[in-house]
Design a protein around this ligand. Structure first.
Ligand SMILES: *Cc1c(COP(=O)(O)O)cnc(C)c1O
Ligand code: SF4
Length: 449
């Protein structure tokens, strides 16, 4: 990439939407729908996404348009009509009152998501850190809680719109280091957000340097979760601190650690631009490995071709397919969710059609309260049709890899829709043994994440 080609980041959001080049090309009704839906949902995209990833000839079906522009179907019809009425009448107080009401009703965060799994250290909660699975600690740097563009289905949206009590507290990198000193079972720290690579390199350094301390001998891997390769590849190419970022990656690796960039790619069209490919090549040239993961989302990537192409091209570009997630049951889920049985069909159909090198991917996986649960298949046992499931990650490490069964249900979307098969009253992990929360019912278990 030539420096002279370096574009600057230009966000597109509610207030400058009408000044963008594509606005005039949208039909009038779509303009209104966008203005109304973006009152409720956080809306932010940018010049790269708009100019390079979206095919404006294919609106509204285009997958990246669906992924970044709020869609009318995300609101219940009644809410949409009420809001449109208030909007057309131009009553600002009424509009904001309705927006607040609708947001709260969508129950954006399952209860406890922000407080659960937060470890206690030296008598107080270690805010901005989650330690759920033995080996891996999640770290949410305060300045990394936003993104270069927002995904419409994202369950983290309360963080973006500032719903009170829905934001993480600022964590301290040095406190995290001290915590890790006392937790040698932790081999991985995963920086997440939002998108940690929204941070300037100098700030990212402040969060990462304490973790490179040689005294942290057991810390083997730094992972960084990001969608910046897709939404803003210039972060790795031509941004003023792009080179400094790559030097930081090299420093992590020369500290003797593995650096895993957990890249979020939802659709193969995101891999097409030459800037994205150049960013991938630059990241890999530091010695970092890129792993690819995304949720299965209706209207965005709910077909096997999208996934098989995504995985094959990932391998071709030197990246490792990692997880396919089931869309969480939060936020505007009705528009985006897919029944588990259909998620499994899409997964299997894509998985079957790629070479073994792309079959490093695991899914469809639900990140639910007890753990990450994979739908392994649908089977007939005696005369009963069942889902075969297993833990890829467990709140209790003993659960990992253990198959279990649920009654087949074509209308199940999430763990809390499932009932144990063979007339059992509970799933094995609900017995209370080893479960720190001693949950009783499935729905109580999986409402939490
Ligand atoms: C997914 C996840 C991890 C990482 O799990 P891996 O299977 O190691 O990728 C860690 N913590 C939480 C809370 C997670 O949801
Ligand atoms: S990039 Fe990730 S955190 Fe940001 S909006 Fe998309 S899914 Fe949410």
């Amino acid at each position: 990439m030539e420096r002279s080609q370096s574009p600057s980041y230009r966000p597109v959001h509610r207030t400058n939407l009408q000044r963008t080049a594509f606005w005039q090309r949208l039909p009038k009704d779509l303009q209104e729908v966008l203005e109304i839906s973006s009152l409720v949902f956080p809306f932010r995209t940018n010049n790269f996404v708009v100019e390079r990833l979206i095919d404006w000839e294919r609106i509204p079906e285009d997958p990246i348009f669906q992924l970044t522009f709020p869609q009318p179907g995300m609101l219940a019809e009644r809410d949409f009509l009420m809001l449109r009425e208030a909007w057309r009448q131009g009553i600002p107080g009424r509009v904001s009152e309705l927006v607040r009401e609708i947001r709260l009703r969508m129950n954006p965060h399952p209860a406890g998501q922000l407080t659960h799994n937060v470890p206690v250290f030296r008598g107080k909660l270690l805010e901005g850190v989650q330690h759920k699975y033995r080996e891996t600690v999640l770290y949410f740097p305060a300045q990394g809680q936003t993104c270069h563009a927002y995904c419409t289905y994202c369950f983290r949206w309360p963080q973006f719109v500032g719903v009170p009590g829905m934001k993480f507290q600022a964590p301290q990198a040095c406190e995290l280091r001290d915590y890790l000193m006392e937790h040698p079972e932790v081999t991985d720290v995963l920086l997440t957000g939002g998108d940690p690579l929204i941070m300037r390199t100098s700030i990212l350094e402040r969060h990462l340097e304490p973790l490179l301390d040689p005294a942290l001998a057991r810390l083997q891997t730094i992972r960084i979760g990001t969608k910046a390769i897709s939404y803003w590849p210039f972060r790795f190419l031509t941004d003023p601190d792009a080179d400094a970022l790559l030097r930081l990656f090299e420093r992590i690796i020369s500290s003797g650690r593995h650096l895993a960039v957990m890249a979020h790619f939802s659709h193969p069209v995101e891999l097409a631009p030459e800037e994205v490919r150049a960013a991938i090549a630059r990241i890999r040239s530091t010695g970092a490995q890129i792993r690819v993961q995304a949720p299965l989302v209706r209207h965005v990537n709910d077909n096997p071709q999208a996934w098989s192409e995504l995985w094959q091209q990932s391998v071709w570009l030197g990246m490792v397919p990692y997880y396919m997630f089931v869309e969480r049951n939060t936020g505007p889920k009705r528009y985006f969710r897919i029944p588990l049985v259909q998620a499994f069909r899409i997964y299997r159909s894509a998985y079957r059609s790629v070479s073994g090198l792309a079959r490093t991917v695991r899914g469809p996986s639900m990140s639910a309260f007890p753990g990450k649960i994979q739908i392994v298949g649908v089977a007939e046992v005696q005369t009963e049709r069942v889902f075969v499931l297993r833990f890829l990650q467990g709140r209790n490490p003993d659960w990992v890899g253990r198959p279990f069964f649920a009654q087949y249900d074509p209308d199940a979307y999430w763990l809390d829709d499932l009932r144990p098969a063979f007339g059992l009253e509970r799933f094995f992990f609900e017995s209370g043994a080893g479960d720190p929360v001693k949950s009783t019912s499935t729905s109580a278990v999986s409402r939490l994440q």
